[in-house]
Design a protein around this ligand. Structure first.
Ligand code: PLP
Length: 384
């Protein structure tokens, strides 16, 4: 079945024999399930933290969308990350991570995992030779986002996964920015895909969620065990909301991509903007890799205001349609200054070295009418 059909039907086949033929998966609120025999779960369910039918429906859909054998749903993207790290790492291990990545992932690695004796090395994943030199004996896991956040650097997932495997490390791709509709890391050789389903998959900025998708049975068993043992699972209602959003992912992503591409070209022409970072632009350093690696360029872009940091702050305050807000991937357009918002927890010296300055603005293109979005940007740029 093709993506659109899987998005709507996977995990939600109506059950006319044992159920009521619900076309939409019911929200199973029960935390516990009665059984007829001690120790024998009813159709595999005994307690909702361990398994819940609404969550199972979501997990089946997520695995299907990512082309994975297994899908696991979590209470948030960071809950998924925590469970993953807990499952795959032990004291003394090293994580090799892309140097500009979501600030919360960096915070978890640097401020939390370090306390358990797990170290992190950061590297520029667009330079495979430099990356090779960063491996340590105990590097057990390689973590990448492509495009990266907020600098929109594109990494070669196939090559980097090969490099990870040469060194005996597991490769994980945070595929949140692209969604399973545009990019398929497992097919490119990655071992595990992670999502903050809070973003494009749920798509309406009204529910937190996370997901891990993979095809390796042994790795799945470890993570599945810890999903229950650590308990960072989504509620049945949240599972339902994520599932409802996922059904329109393909339609929304197409419009997100169209709007982002239009806005990127529009901003690139403006003298008030010094440069635009969007993988769909020919000026993007990894444009050819991005064209080859994914089925679209996504709905995220970053750009730098030509003027001062105060101008950048004035610009985002003046916008009327774009909400000045963290997060991304919802139907509404959002804008933010990473240095002051999503990446404020990254040490200033590190931000400066990477180029995440106060003039850099990150934009999540929603699915509104493109003319209204352009008009809003135009009025906010006036006189800058
Ligand atoms: C790329 C990326 N990964 C992971 C996360 C964490 O997800 P959550 O906020 O659902 O915990 C985020 C959140 O912004 C993100 O942007």
């Amino acid at each position: 079945m093709k993506f659109a059909t899987r998005a709507i039907h996977s995990g939600e086949e109506p059950d006319c024999r044992n159920g009521f033929g619900d076309v939409v998966s019911p929200i199973h609120m029960s935390t516990t399930y009665a059984s007829t025999e001690p120790g024998r779960a009813t159709r595999g369910y005994d307690y909702t933290r361990t398994a819940n039918p609404t969550r199972t429906a979501l997990e089946t859909k997520l695995a299907s969308l990512e082309g994975a054998k297994h899908g696991l749903a979590f209470a948030s993207g960071l809950a998924a990350e925590t469970t993953l790290f807990l499952s795959l790492l032990k004291r003394g291990d090293n994580v090799l991570a892309a140097e500009d990545l979501y600030g919360g992932t960096r915070r978890l690695l640097v401020n939390v995992l370090s306390g358990f004796g797990i170290s992190t090395t950061f590297a520029d994943f667009t330079d495979p030779d430099a990356l090779r030199s960063k491996f340590r004996k105990k590097t057990a896991l390689l973590w990448m986002e492509s495009p990266s956040n907020p600098l929109m650097k594109v990494s070669d997932i196939r090559l980097i996964s090969e490099i990870a495997h040469e060194h005996g490390a597991i490769s994980v791709v945070d595929n949140t920015f692209m969604s399973p509709f545009l990019q398929h890391p497992l097919k490119l050789g990655a071992d595990i895909v992670l999502h903050s389903t809070t973003k494009y998959i749920a798509g309406h900025s009204d529910v937190l969620g996370g997901a891990v998708m993979l095809s390796d049975d042994a790795l799945f068993e470890r993570i599945h065990f810890n999903q229950n043992a650590a308990g960072a699972v989504p509620s049945p209602f949240d599972s339902f909301l994520v599932m409802r959003g996922a059904k329109t992912l393909h339609l929304r992503m197409q419009r997100h991509c169209e709007n982002a591409a239009e806005l990127a070209s529009f901003l690139e022409e403006r003298k008030e903007i010094s440069h635009v970072l969007y993988p769909g632009l020919e000026s993007h350093p990894q444009h050819r890799l991005a064209s080859r690696q994914a089925d679209g360029f996504g709905g995220m872009l970053s750009f730098e205001i030509s003027g001062s940091e105060a101008d950048a702050r004035k610009f985002v305050r003046r916008l009327k349609l774009f909400a000045l807000a963290e997060s991304l991937g919802g139907v509404e357009s959002l804008i933010e200054i990473p240095a002051l918002m999503t990446h404020a927890s990254v040490p200033e010296s590190e931000r400066r070295r990477l180029g995440i300055n106060g003039r850099l603005i990150r934009l999540s293109a929603g699915i509104e009418d493109i003319d209204d979005l352009k008009d809003d940007l135009l009025q906010a740029l006036k006189g800058m």
